[in-house]
Design a protein around this ligand. Sequence first.
Ligand SMILES: [Zn+2]
Length: 244
Amino acid sequence: MKSSPEEQERVMTLQTLDTSLTQLAHKEKTLSVIQALEILTISHNSTRDLIIAAETEKADIKHELSKSEIDVEQVVTRIEKDEKRMASGTASPKELEQMQHELASLNKRRSELEEIELEVMVRVDGIDDRIKSLSVERDQFKLKMAELDAQKTKELTDIAEAVSSANGQRADIAAKISAEVVELYEKIKKTGDGIGAARLIEGKCDGCHLSINAVELSKIKETAADEIVRCEECRRILVRPKGF
Ligand SMILES: [Zn+2]
C-alpha cells in the first residue's frame, strides 16, 4: 500500500494520540480518589447505622424510664393516701399497725424504684454521649467525602478535557491520511492491543520489540519510501526512520 513518508509520520502521530486515549480511559477507571471515596462511604454509612441503633436504644430506654416514673408515682400516691388515713385518726389500732407495715414496704419499694430510675437516666446520658461522638465522626466523614467528591469531579473533568483535546487532534490528523491507510491502521490496532503502527528502532520493531533479521532488514531497505512496510512478526505498520 502506498503512503508518503510524511503520511506515515502522521500515522505515528495518530498512534501516539490513540495511546494517550487508552491511557486516559485507564486512568479514568482507576482513579485512586474513587477508591478512597468508596472506603470513606463505607465508614460513613457504618457510623450512620451505629447512630440509628443508638437512637433506637435510647428510645427504648426512655420508654423504660417513663414506665418506672409511673411506677414511682403510683407508690407515692399510695403512701400519701395511707399517711392521710393515719393522720385522720379514724383507723383502729389494728388498721394502724397494718398501715405502718404497708408504709414501710411502700417506702422501700419507692427507694428501689427511684434507684432504677436513676440508673436508667445514667444509661440515657451514656447513650447521649455515644450519639454525640458518633455524630462528630459522621460529620467528619461527610466533610472529607465532600472534599474527595470535589477532587474526583476535578480529576474527571481534567481527563474529559484531555480526551476531548486528543480526539480533536486525532480528527485533524486522520483527515490528512488517506482513508485506505486509516482503515488498515484501525484494523491492525483492533487486533494488536491498541497498537496499529510502530517505529523501526535500531533493527527492532517497537510494536512487538522483536529484532528483525538481516535478510528482512535489507528487504525493508530496498522497499520504496512511499510504500507501507509491515513487521513480519506482529504485522503492524512499521514506520522507518528518515532515509533508512
Ligand atoms: Zn512487530
